[in-house]
Design a protein around this ligand. Structure first.
Ligand SMILES: [Zn+2]
Length: 292
């Protein structure tokens, strides 16, 4: 679903690309088989693959325009992550077609600083990466910023993410547009960023609460709906899986208790949903209505 409302907030979805990923990465064939009844065909295919969608969310609320996780961006050499290497997609044209002009964006929130969550922070112009959203505050967790700050002597490089800090973070810092967030950071009256570490050490989730309705933008805390029901699934993509597990359990409990919508970074259609609990059993319910 590309447009829906949560309370008074209007949500729009902008897709950059999609790619097949193997179920084998979850190292949980028994769990996939147990849940096959709802996983297939919507959340996976007979060839043992699921679809990872790279997408951004725009939240219009409180007279603000907030972009969550601005994808990979064009023209970035990422040889150790071939899927994202030197992209040339019409993302920014799709963004404009959603009815929001880059100048209208007041905030950009990066749940974390992997290449596919902060790329369009900047745009390549005349050989330089410059802020795409010239009037926005770019909200980045302080822990996350420090973890990826390649200027630090204790910086630990991850080849698949090399160059991302220099191309997508430093230019907004140098333009005076960066706002480093603590573990709990209010962005607008209806939007609160909260530490949700594990996938990366400074990973953040974003809670939207409006007119009694709640939604959580969970970034990469979950990649596939099966992880909502089985937080213990470890695909080997986290910096600290013990932290991921604690974060996931806390988030899912909250989703269930509050009847909150979960809006992850990479889910396939309809891209969001609910975790319902009946008789001690949890199930995933895809978003079916444009009004939450
Ligand atoms: Zn991601």
């Amino acid at each position: 679903m590309d447009r829906f409302t949560v309370g008074e907030a209007e949500i729009r979805r902008i897709e950059e690309l999609r790619a097949p990923m193997p179920f084998a990465m979850f190292n949980a064939p028994d769990l996939v088989a147990r849940h096959a009844g709802w996983i297939f065909p919507q959340w996976g295919d007979a060839d043992g693959q699921w679809t990872m969608v790279v997408q951004s969310w725009i939240v219009v609320v409180d007279d603000r325009v907030v972009v969550v996780d601005p994808c990979v961006g064009n023209g970035r050499p990422l040889p150790d992550f071939p899927l994202f290497d030197m992209l040339d997609t019409p993302f920014i044209e799709r963004f404009a077609a959603s009815g929001v002009r880059p100048e209208e964006v007041t905030h950009v929130v990066c749940t974390h600083l992997h290449s596919d969550h902060c790329g369009w922070n900047t745009t390549l112009r005349d050989g330089r990466f410059v802020p795409t959203f010239p009037r926005a505050r770019y909200c980045i967790g302080r822990r996350e910023f420090e973890r990826w700050d390649s200027r630090r002597p204790d910086y630990r490089s991850v080849p698949a993410n090399d160059g991302v800090f220099e191309r997508s973070v430093l230019p907004v810092l140098e333009a005076g547009l960066a706002e480093l967030m603590g573990d709990s950071h209010r962005i607008t009256p209806s939007l609160l960023a909260e530490a949700a570490p594990g996938h990366t050490l400074g990973h953040t989730a974003l809670c939207l609460a409006s007119s009694g309705r709640e939604a959580w933008f969970t970034g990469d805390a979950f990649h596939h709906p099966i992880e909502l029901l089985h937080p213990e699934i470890d695909a080997g993509t986290c910096e600290d899986f013990a932290l991921t597990l604690a974060t996931r359990r806390r988030l899912v409990d909250r989703l269930v208790e509050r009847g909150a919508l979960v809006v992850p970074a990479h889910f396939a259609e309809p891209h969001a949903g609910f975790v319902r609990e009946e008789n001690g059993e949890r199930r995933f319910e895809p978003l079916a209505s444009a009004s939450v």
